[in-house]
Design a protein around this ligand. Structure first.
Ligand code: SF4
Ligand code: SF4
Ligand code: FES
Length: 253
């Protein structure tokens, strides 16, 4: 008989139908180098549970399949990570059951799919972009030094996946905390020679409600970031920058 892998998946039919929350188990044929997404694709082709019951196909999201877009983020065997880089042979080396559940810090859409809009809205809140007036010729922008590029590059690898928010105890239903990824983006854009022109606006957003003061410094975020972004360093750097702005910002007004 062909070797199989068991996936135990948390299901829910829609955001408001909490009574439909349940676990279902599926057995899929093992293939060398298979990952969680390819196992989910097999289930989609034939959505029949281990007990032989035909069910609705499991809903999830994935785009790049190479840990670049962040869309396939879910809780796999209790740990938040990307499904596309979760190799079955690594997460269940002895044929253990693989459990899949949606992230809990984002509104559920269905099954394993959540709505990460809050992260994109937070990027808007902190103006995570370089603002340029494209209506006339501005000439060359300020040069970016090699050192500046080297400091910025690791910060720029964020894929808005949500792992850090999922792991952060300060991100919850009772808090407005913006979370570590947006704070890191403020550091990134404030470092940029053109982005620095709007540094104070970004810092003031971080000084407002749900800002950097809500970080409890538990450091869970840096542990789970798949891109190894130095989130705790970014939080510390922005903490210093906001304090400086609070003390001396009035001089600049
Ligand atoms: S250091 Fe802790 S509280 Fe602060 S953002 Fe990271 S996980 Fe959240
Ligand atoms: S900082 Fe890391 S964990 Fe957080 S959203 Fe960006 S890539 Fe994901
Ligand atoms: S599909 Fe893009 S990160 Fe997994």
């Amino acid at each position: 008989m062909a070797k199989t892998v068991t996936l135990k998946i948390q299901r829910q039919d829609s955001a408001d139908r909490t009574e439909s929350r349940r676990w279902e188990e599926f057995a899929v044929e093992w293939h060398p180098s298979m990952n969680v997404i390819s196992a989910l694709m097999e289930i989609r082709k034939n959505p029949v549970t281990k007990e032989g019951k035909k069910v609705a196909p499991v809903v999830w999201e994935s785009v790049c399949l190479e840990e670049v877009c962040g869309s396939c983020t879910m809780v796999i065997n209790g740990k938040v990570r990307q499904a596309c880089t979760a190799l079955i042979d690594q997460i269940a080396p002895n044929g253990e059951t693989v459990t899949l559940a949606p992230m809990t810090k984002f509104p559920l859409v269905r099954d394993l799919l959540v709505d990460r809009s809050r992260m994109f809205n937070d990027l808007k809140k902190v103006k995570a972009w370089i603002q340029l007036d494209g209506t006339h010729e501005l000439g060359p922008g300020p040069r970016q030094s090699q050192e500046n590029q080297e400091e910025a590059y690791p910060l720029s690898r964020c894929m808005t996946c949500g792992c850090c928010l999922e792991a952060c105890p300060q991100v919850n239903d009772h808090s407005k905390f913006i979370g570590p990824s947006a704070i890191n983006q403020v550091r990134l854009f404030n470092l940029h020679p053109s982005g620095a022109m709007h540094a104070n606006e970004r810092l003031e957003t971080l000084m407002g409600e749900g800002g950097i003061a809500d970080c409890g410094k538990a450091q869970n975020c840096v542990e789970v970031c798949p891109k190894e972004i130095p989130l705790v360093d970014s939080i510390a750097a922005m903490g210093r920058a906001t304090t400086k702005h609070l003390l001396f910002g009035w001089l600049l007004k």
